[in-house]
Design a protein around this ligand. Sequence first.
Ligand SMILES: Cc1ncc(COP(=O)(O)O)c(C=O)c1O
Length: 394
Amino acid sequence: MKEFEKIREDFPLLKEFTYLDSASTSLTPIPVIEEMNDYYYNYNSNTGRGNYKIAIKSSNKLEDGRKKIAKFIDGNPDEIIFTKNTTEAINIVVNGLNFKKGDNVIISNIEHHSNLVPWLNLNNVELRIANINNDYLVNLEDINDLIDRNTRLIAITHISNVFGSKQDVEEISRISKENNILFLVDAAQSVGYTQIDINKIKPDFMAFPGHKGLLGPVGTGFLYLKKEIAENLMIKNLGGGTVRNIEGNNFTLENVPYRFEGGTQNISGIIGLSKAIDYINNVKIENIENYCNDLTKDLYEKINSIKNIEVYGNPDNIHHTVSFNLKGLNPYDISKILDETSNICLRSGFHCSMPSVRTVSPENGVIRASIHCYNNFEDIEKLCNELKLISQLS
Ligand SMILES: Cc1ncc(COP(=O)(O)O)c(C=O)c1O
């Protein structure tokens, strides 16, 4: 615990604000910011292009980042594609697969818009929706019932950004393999909070943010893409860095992963993300997971004990995110009051996940408090004391 108190010093914003919106984006520790500054001060140059010293250094740092990310999830570096966020990673898959008329894709009714709208936007592909049970877990029988011979892919979020429930992705992966269906996991809310092991989950695709659980900078993310599949994906973002040769009107693509990384990359961001992984490794992911579970338990229990409150989540399976409402009050007003009176930052509304929030609060959405390892029990106490005062307004 002491170790986590010390960590707070790496996040100067916490001196002024109680930050409870890590599910949107996490705070970035000083060593990560310094690493990015070092790039700009001392070797600012493009990657994979020049042969002068500083260009070689930035290229090497970028590739070191790829190796570090791969090791972190137990994958191979050539299966890691840099993206600007989770959404872009999912879109590479959606727009890369050659769907046929009549194909169908299965998702759940608690997906973030980033794992919903790109599928809705596909012509000729039927989107099938598996429902959640009362415990906020996707009903596996529903998934089984929805599968038929035209099912090409199942895409499921690992941890819900509204209910904090962690899905049994190993089991869903097993179901998809058994039926010869591709499997995509949206790891936006799980990476950095819990150990991700590609060899256990066995997804074909896994989409990651750098800027949430991993404590990396905004504008970073990555896609894990199984090599055999990567070779056959269509690529929409072609240009510099993606081709090996051009003869007349014909071009040959670069190897995977470079063919997916058209144009100049977010070099400082990726170098920062690489440092953020060092930071997480230093604290140790198991410690982060245990500490965040303790904080979440306290958050859930304290919120749940407030009069006139409705909490949406299963206390036996809730991870770093607690959504709730104070009866008779608008969630938007509550987050505004918390900000104005006490510098508590949290989000209210539909959380880019309308179908999921509408299952519990169709009118105005929910208030969501989400934590990371830089939060402490005092943050929770402070939030709950304020909520108690506000609840008297209803
Ligand atoms: C479950 C889930 N999927 C996808 C996303 C989109 O992430 P990004 O902002 O990195 O594109 C989010 C963001 O909150 C999310 O919570």
